[in-house]
Design a protein around this ligand. Sequence first.
Ligand code: HEM
Ligand SMILES: *[C@@H]1O[C@H](CO)[C@@H](O)[C@H](O)[C@H]1NC(C)=O
Ligand SMILES: *[C@@H]1O[C@H](CO)[C@@H](O)[C@H](O)[C@H]1NC(C)=O
Ligand SMILES: *[C@@H]1O[C@H](CO)[C@@H](O)[C@H](O)[C@H]1NC(C)=O
Ligand SMILES: CC(=O)N[C@H]1CO[C@H](CO)[C@@H](O)[C@@H]1O
Length: 329
Amino acid sequence: MAAIHDLIFALAVFASLLLRHAKGDGFLLLNYYQETCPNLEEIVSDATADILAIDVTLAPSLLRLFFHDCFVRGCEGSVLLNSTASNEAEKDAEPNLTLAGFPEIDLVKARVEEQCPGVVSCADILALVARDSVAQVGGPNYLVPLGRRDGVVSYASEAIANLPSPSFDLTHLVNNFASKGLDLLDLLVLSAAHTIGFAHCASFSNRLYNFSATSYTDPSLDPHYAKILQAKCPPNQDFDGNPMDYITPVVFDHYYFNLVSSNKGLFQSDAALLNDPLLMQYIETHKTNVSDYLSFFEDFGVSMLKMGSIQVLTGNEGEIRKICSLVNT
Ligand code: HEM
Ligand SMILES: *[C@@H]1O[C@H](CO)[C@@H](O)[C@H](O)[C@H]1NC(C)=O
Ligand SMILES: *[C@@H]1O[C@H](CO)[C@@H](O)[C@H](O)[C@H]1NC(C)=O
Ligand SMILES: *[C@@H]1O[C@H](CO)[C@@H](O)[C@H](O)[C@H]1NC(C)=O
Ligand SMILES: CC(=O)N[C@H]1CO[C@H](CO)[C@@H](O)[C@@H]1O
């Protein structure tokens, strides 16, 4: 089994390298820091463990941070940059209102700098922290090719334009992911990251009240679950919220498929995945079958590899930031 998985992974790396190469971009390598920072993965994994020991709910936050980095200008750490007097950065855009984990990334970066000053990018650190967060709450410990460089700009307007909205239907989701080089299966298995984490009422309350002219609540949401959510989220009360997987909110497992299958996906974007026959089939087999559930872990690793390769900067592009929230001067 392991050999087959390794082969699939090797093919995926190879395919992604070809894809990058064809587009003229540089590429990433598994042993990129072998000479310059041989203990990197251990430093980051230990730091992540320390962070999660204090607050395990940061695992989903750190995973989401990586997603928001990659979907806006590619995985080049722009989500980490602070606004300046003359520029509003991505992290201050509307979809970022609820991002968390910035101080923790600074902490990991500081620990890496102690041992390997000036060589490891914030973009790579974020990619590793996201993987370690997933692995340390029960998910797959997939491989992360490295060698990303850090970008030097960050625009709030680009976050708004590039990030998918929780009210997107299937067509909008598919188009949004396709614009990042991600396919239908990537859309599904990456959405399954919603097996961990918390959402604020504002992200789904439109499904609970005055949903449409014909339906007070979203008909694609289980009516009993809608009542529970209404109690959690009274009208115009956007501060509270609900875990996306209320059964095991901090365990990376296959319950997402269970929830979506029973119309308890929290967002319209989760429910929308049932509207494609192939995705519906994947959801149905992966909600119970243990073998298929392990194949989800494999698929997730491959899709994270693809997401983690979006528009990366390599070679002499960008820089290696000293502080993740600030471009070098
Ligand atoms: C398919 C399109 C997606 C949409 C529309 C979407 C939307 C959202 C929204 C609205 C929230 C809740 C924010 C809040 O109310 O606080 C959220 C949370 C989250 N998302 Fe997604 N997301 C998508 C894809 C992804 C992907 C690809 C990943 C990672 C691979 C991801 C990982 C997460 C995680 C882990 C959380 C929980 C964050 C926390 O607990 O702090 N999402 N997402
Ligand atoms: C970036 O902004 C955060 C939050 O406002 C702040 O805590 C941090 O010190 C800033 N980083 C730098 C390098 O000024
Ligand atoms: C739903 O719509 C009705 C009629 O427009 C309005 O009176 C009511 O306040 C709305 N409810 C919510 C929760 O927005
Ligand atoms: C469970 O998944 C495995 C692997 O994909 C498959 O071979 C098997 O037929 C599935 N079993 C059921 C009951 O669907
Ligand atoms: C956490 C964070 O940086 N939130 C910011 C998101 O953007 C709004 C403006 O759109 C800021 O007011 C928040 O501080």
